[in-house]
Design a protein. Structure first.
Length: 336
């Protein structure tokens, strides 16, 4: 019998059971050993985090400041070089899944437990274990396995928190291009202006598909019609994006949609150089776009060299086709 299993429809049940048992054998084995934070807990990183999150809690500044508890994972990250303390067992598990056709990965959720606060100067160490590998699951993204790791984070040898991280390693599902999503949950206000025609972008591999669920299906239905739809609360009329089932301002569950006019400015941006993916062409600029309607959206900035993108640059919405199924909103930079 071949050492490889293929995940997918029609797989031999006995082979599936055997492969699942091989994956389960990794439960309880270490994923990271003797990990050490690249930097001590420090005030500059705390300040950057709080500015990015808009958190103005006075507990995070001044003498006796603590680090925000939700920064727990930050102190364990390995940077672009990756996690050097990762074990062979964890790499073997991922290789088994790759060989089975589960070459795609998406982070699904994380859980954190806090024992005590971290403070500037604390030296962080950590270990992680492969806590569980699920049975084979079929999702809208594809068929694969959920892998959960549990990381114990320590300072001066004492446990300060636990971080559970779950990923789905899966074989991407092939979607029927003729399949149509359900209608938006609220009817958008009419608009008569012509929209930019989609453009096809050839790539060696398909771009990752967006995750469509019952809360955002109306947004993606609008994109398919070349319309960028924003929710507006029917109670307090606060606009919101991304789409949510309820209003963060007043709690109302009632809303309607308005179509963005397509004008905005670059609020912030990054230039992606690494890592390279076959479906993308780095370097390219990704912007946080502030729309005239008062919400922000993350998307590619196109039409100008990535080195010319600047905060405050005006941009205009257009829709770009990447393959026979995928259309995405992007923003064309407008030179002053």
């Amino acid at each position: 019998m071949s050492g490889k299993a293929v995940v997918g429809k029609g797989q031999n049940p006995a082979l599936d059971e055997e492969f699942g048992a091989r994956l389960k054998a990794y439960e309880g084995r270490p994923a990271v050993m003797d990990g050490r934070g690249r930097d001590p807990v420090n005030e500059p990183m705390i300040r950057h985090w709080c500015e990015a999150m808009g958190d103005t809690n006075s507990a995070y500044v001044g003498p006796g400041a603590i680090a925000p508890p939700t920064m727990l994972q930050v102190w364990t990250m390995g940077g672009l070089s990756g996690q050097t303390a990762r074990t062979e067992a964890f790499d073997e598990l991922l290789s088994l899944l790759d060989d089975a056709g589960c070459t795609a990965v998406v982070a699904t959720d994380c859980e954190q437990e806090y024992v005590r606060c971290l403070r500037p100067g604390d030296e962080v160490t950590f270990d992680a274990v492969i806590e569980s590998v699920s049975d084979r699951k079929t999702t809208k993204l594809g068929t694969g396995y959920f892998v959960t790791t549990r990381m114990d984070v320590r300072a001066d040898g004492d446990l300060v928190g636990t971080h559970r991280f779950r990923i789905l390693k899966y074989a991407p599902a092939r979607r029927d291009p003729s399949a149509r999503r359900g209608p938006p949950s609220a009817e958008p206000e009419p608009r008569t202006e012509p929209r930019t025609e989609p453009r096809t972008e050839p790539h060696a591999e398909r771009r990752p598909r967006p995750v469509v669920n019952r809360d955002n299906a109306g947004f993606w239905e609008g994109v398919a019609r070349h319309r960028l739809l924003i929710q507006r609360c029917a109670g307090c009329r606060t606009p919101r994006f991304p789409w949510l089932p309820g209003c963060n301002a007043c709690g109302s569950m009632k809303w309607h949609t308005v179509e963005a006019a397509g004008e905005g400015t670059v609020y912030s941006y990054v230039v992606m150089h690494h890592p390279p993916f076959a479906a993308f062409d780095p370097p390219y600029a990704v912007g946080l776009i502030e729309l005239a309607e008062g919400v922000r959206i993350i998307s590619d900035v196109v039409g100008v060299p990535y080195g010319e993108v600047r905060i405050g640059m005006p941009v205009r919405l257009e829709f770009r086709r990447y393959d026979e199924e995928l259309v995405l909103p992007v923003f064309r930079g407008v030179r002053e």
